[in-house]
Design a protein around this ligand. Structure first.
Ligand code: NAP
Length: 231
């Protein structure tokens, strides 16, 4: 049975990843801020696959190591999905403040801490895939509307981290995908989003399946459609 660890799995894209992987018979370790409140996630335990729910706060630098103490065994897919966008860092004139550090803690540093804590377990697995949930908003080239200082820069920095990871983990057979899920109807994406969570996640899982044993995909920034995005 393949094993995935997914952060931010209590709602939005992370919840749908858990649902679709469980349907495919995977073992899913779901990492969420508040396990007691993750009722929609907990209900998925009744289907196929195997579900474990663990406490994890991406804003706490010690949380990844604590998670690695309880999530044992090989991890075929490590999915750093949890993310946030602060309204306080959106507009020019008031963006540079403490909220920007929160975005960097959650969107940038936490995924790296997760990979540092779990690289050995990913290496020990059959698939050896790491997915970083980035955003097209982190593309410097594609920025045509400005603003979103904290979110854009924290995702651009995540992209830089993903590229370094792809190089540093290459000899261990690990493939690192940097992903844009599309504009998706979630709490973050809002109701105007162009894709449903089902559409986005099935596209992302197709990309992940292609990445298995395919090192040429490592360190690239992919739109959910499968196209490369510019940095
Ligand atoms: N939706 C889009 O259009 C879109 C586009 C590009 C990229 N993305 C990225 O996709 C990922 C998922 O977004 P989404 O659309 O599913 O958003 P969402 O519905 O707002 O869900 C965000 C998830 O991240 C979790 N999270 C936030 N801060 C956390 C923390 N400190 N520790 C642990 N978990 C934390 C949330 O947990 P709580 O429920 O506890 O808050 C929630 O599970 C994010 O990285 C986002 O940047 C989304």
């Amino acid at each position: 049975m393949h094993h995935a660890l997914i952060t931010g799995a209590n709602r939005g894209l992370g919840l749908e990843h858990a649902r679709q992987l469980l349907e495919r018979g995977w073992h899913v370790s779901a990492a969420v801020r508040n396990p007691d409140a993750a009722t929609e996630l907990a209900a998925l335990a009744e289907g196929e696959g195997k579900l474990d729910i663990h406490a994890y706060d991406a804003a706490d630098p010690a949380s990844a190591a604590a998670l690695a103490a309880v999530v044992t065994g090989p991890v075929d897919l490590l999915f750093a999905n949890a993310g946030m966008a602060s309204g306080e860092t959106r507009a020019f004139g008031q963006a540079a403040g403490a909220a920007m550090l929160d975005e960097f803690r959650v969107n940038t540093i936490a995924p790296l801490a997760l990979v540092e804590a779990f690289a050995g377990q990913v290496e020990a697995s059959e698939m050896k895939v790491i997915a970083l949930q980035s955003s097209r908003m982190g593309s410097v080239r594609e920025n045509e509307s400005g603003g979103a200082y904290g979110y854009r820069s924290s995702k651009a920095a995540l992209n830089a981290i993903g590229k370094s990871l792809s190089i540093d983990l290459k000899d261990r057979g690990i493939v690192v995908l940097i992903l844009h899920p599309g504009w998706v109807k979630t709490d973050m994406g809002g109701p105007q989003g162009q894709l449903t969570v089902q559409e986005s996640v099935s596209g992302q899982l197709d990309l992940i399946a292609r990445a298995y044993g395919n090192p040429v995909m490592s360190g690239r920034f992919y739109h959910v459609s499968g196209q490369d995005l510019p940095w």
